[in-house]
Design a protein around this ligand. Structure first.
Ligand code: PLP
Length: 287
């Protein structure tokens, strides 16, 4: 069965799924996106992702293209048509199509909406989590509004490529003060020498990860000591455990930073427990 995409109101085979050459997402990265993890055909962390979508769109003065309810139906219909029960669903909303001009179009344009879906092999991702992954660090070089989930992802793409070439799975951006901001497509965490679970606060220039927010709740409910406080790559190496979070990675242990082993170089018990608790909660609250 071929893959099916949703493009501006129509379900279309991928081979025929096109956007206009003057789509502002294509020309100016004037577009935002969201990615939901999908468990049993349902959307994980629905409230967090819809709230962030509305916020990202609001920051760019792009209207919501349809109600949350309608969007949920279309996202799930995309999953159904692709026969995906375990996977990821991607939504992109651009300002729309208009003759090329940096400023917003004078005439009202309709936002352009695309949705695609991909299956995830849960057994393979569990195996990867059991083994842990390597990350590399790279200087922070992104713009000052990383809190908006825009498709302007060139620094992230270059960082990810650097990671891949080093045999790593993720790149952590490091700011001028030597502190980790976040990953190219994930948030960064450690369990420090005092057993405190730490991740960077969202006053910093980072994306407010939805998985991050849910995991903070999960960790507090589990009785862990939690601090939203940044750390250096050296602190990550000296930490008991490290991991990353995101809709794609869920909770994924990090066992190497720039070639140096974190702790014993194997995934630790806290990350494994948090992964299990997060997945349980995501499944229970998915819609
Ligand atoms: N940080 C960045 C830069 C990301 O691109 C992502 C996800 O794609 C995340 C963090 C994690 O966010 P979420 O947990 O909402 O997927």
């Amino acid at each position: 069965m071929g893959r099916i995409a949703y493009v501006n109101g129509r379900f279309t085979p991928h081979a025929e799924a096109f956007v206009h050459i003057e789509d502002r997402g294509y020309q100016f990265a004037d577009a935002v996106y969201e990615v939901w993890a999908v468990f049993g055909g349902k959307l994980a962390d629905p409230e967090g992702h819809f709230a962030r979508l509305e916020r990202s769109l609001g920051e760019l003065s792009i209207p919501m293209p349809m109600t949350r309810k309608a969007l949920t139906l279309v996202l799930k219909e995309t999953l159904r048509r692709n026969r995906i029960t375990e996977g990821l669903v991607y939504l992109q909303v651009s300002r729309g199509v208009a003759p090329r001009d940096h400023a917003f179009p004078k005439e009202e344009v309709r936002p352009a909406v695309i949705i695609t879906a991909n299956p995830v092999d849960r057994a393979a991702s569990e195996a990867r989590a059991a083994k842990g992954v390597a990350v590399v660090t790279t200087p922070e070089n992104r713009w000052g509004r990383c809190d908006i989930k825009t498709v302007g992802l060139l620094p992230n793409a270059l960082a990810k490529q650097k990671a891949r070439e080093a045999g790593a799975v993720e790149a952590w951006f490091v700011d001028d003060l030597g502190l980790v901001t976040e990953g190219a497509s994930s948030n960064a965490w450690i369990i420090d020498g005092d057993g405190i679970l730490r991740t960077r606060d969202t006053n910093a220039n980072i994306l407010r990860g939805v998985t991050r927010l849910s995991l903070l709740e999960v960790a507090r409910e589990a009785g862990l000591k939690v601090e939203e406080r940044p750390f250096t790559p050296e602190e990550a190496v000296a930490a008991r455990e490290a991991f990353i979070t995101g809709a794609g990675t869920l909770v994924l242990p990090v066992v190497k930073v720039d070639g140096k082993l974190v702790g014993d170089g194997v995934p630790g018990p806290v990350a494994a427990r948090l992964r299990r608790l997060y997945i349980e909660r995501a499944k229970a609250t998915a819609v």
